[in-house]
Design a protein around this ligand. Structure first.
Ligand SMILES: NC(=O)c1ccc[n+]([C@@H]2O[C@H](COP(=O)([O-])OP(=O)(O)OC[C@H]3O[C@@H](n4cnc5c(N)ncnc54)[C@H](OP(=O)(O)O)[C@@H]3O)[C@@H](O)[C@H]2O)c1
Length: 331
């Protein structure tokens, strides 16, 4: 059997703290002949997602290949060869694959991307896992018109969408983001009422000043420092929708809460959720997100980095907070 020579990314050893030296681009091969039910895709882009950090650290993930330390993430590609009866060359699909320029995927494990979804990366961004997570997390918090919603990592693909959806539900929306430029973007382009820079001092005092009426919902993407700063401003029976802990994925520093007792005093309800556990909500979420993308009423943006060789550096930069919107590697 003839083989195509490629390169892909893997980790050199397991480590709880990801650093650039743990990533290596190594040669690999891909069969030129497909088995029945397989398709070959030319990779258009990879998704740089915070959740991958866990697989990179532990070498355990949604597909068996992680056990060899080979990175498997969401990829968008164009079908260039097909041995699946109902998938044609030229179709665009997304699935989970290795970080390499071409991949062979099982037809039953991919999702077709409809032609109106343009760019196709929206299928893994606004209309995919990022947007759906925002929709599900907000739904679980049951927002009511007039309530104030605080969203952390406000300019990432999840936070930006959660904030905009909260606005559509009639809420007042406050963001938290890292840096003046991100905060300006949250107000000017995403429609947040206010956005607070978490790098500036006294975050708790600035949240209190921004929300004298109290925070009803905290949509949490980052971690303890944000929750701790928000707790003294939360209304009684306030809700925290815990979507993610981006600040903790690549850090083993102990958690320090100054305001932990506020959970009890204010009877705060915190709901951690995994989006995949709420698949029954996907059709409603995707219908609203797709409509918002098509009519332009939901803003989305992408930070696109070119080149397979830049994946590891770009991944670590994303975890540290570089860029806004969906972070993608374009091949
Ligand atoms: N529950 C689920 O099923 C599910 C599904 C998808 C995503 N998620 C989670 O949702 C969250 C958002 O995902 P995303 O893809 O939209 O990521 P993202 O917001 O683009 O990236 C993470 C952001 O977290 C912020 N951050 C990282 N370290 C920080 C620190 N030490 N202090 C303060 N902020 C820090 C940075 O934003 P700033 O520069 O603005 O601080 C960074 O850009 C992630 O935690 C992700 O794991 C959960």
């Amino acid at each position: 059997m003839t083989m195509t020579q490629l390169q892909h990314w893997r980790l050199t050893r397991r480590s709880p703290h990801l650093t650039r030296d743990l990533f290596e681009l190594v040669p690999t091969t891909l069969p030129d002949t497909l088995q029945p039910g397989e398709i070959r895709v030319r990779t258009i882009c990879f998704s740089l997602d915070p959740y991958l950090a866990r697989g990179m650290q532990t070498w355990a993930g949604e597909v068996p290949g992680w056990a060899e330390g080979v990175i498997h993430g969401r990829i968008v590609g164009e079908v260039i060869q097909s041995a699946a009866p109902d998938i044609a060359v030229g179709e665009r699909v997304w699935g989970v694959g290795r970080w390499q320029a071409e991949e062979i995927l099982r037809a039953e494990a991919i999702t077709r991307i409809a032609p109106e979804i343009n760019p196709p990366s929206l299928a893994i961004g606004l209309i995919g896992a990022s947007g759906i997570s925002a929709w599900v997390g907000l739904h679980l918090a049951n927002p009511k018109p007039g309530e104030t919603v605080l969203v952390t990592a406000a300019t990432g693909p999840v936070g930006a969408t959660a904030g905009q959806l909260a606005k559509r539900r009639g809420c007042r929306v406050i963001g938290i983001a890292g840096g003046a430029d991100k905060c300006a973007h949250a107000v000017a382009n995403l429609g947040f009422e206010i956005c607070l820079d978490h790098r500036e001092p006294d975050l708790a005092g600035r949240i209190a000043a921004a929300a004298p009426e109290g925070i009803s919902i905290l949509f949490e993407n980052v971690g303890v420092r944000m929750i701790d700063a928000a707790l003294p401003s939360m209304v009684a029976s306030g809700r925290i929708s815990m979507c993610g802990l981006a600040a903790h994925y690549n850090s083993d520093e102990p958690f320090v809460f100054q305001n932990f007792k506020e959970f009890l005093y204010r009877q705060i309800v915190m709901t951690p959720f995994m989006t995949a556990g709420h698949r029954h909500l996907y059709p409603a979420a995707q219908a609203e997100l797709l409509a918002g993308a098509l009519d332009g009423s939901i803003h989305w943006d992408e930070t696109v980095i070119d080149g397979l060789e830049n994946v590891a550096t770009a991944y670590l930069a994303m975890l540290e907070g570089t860029g806004t919107g969906k972070r993608l590697i374009r091949i």
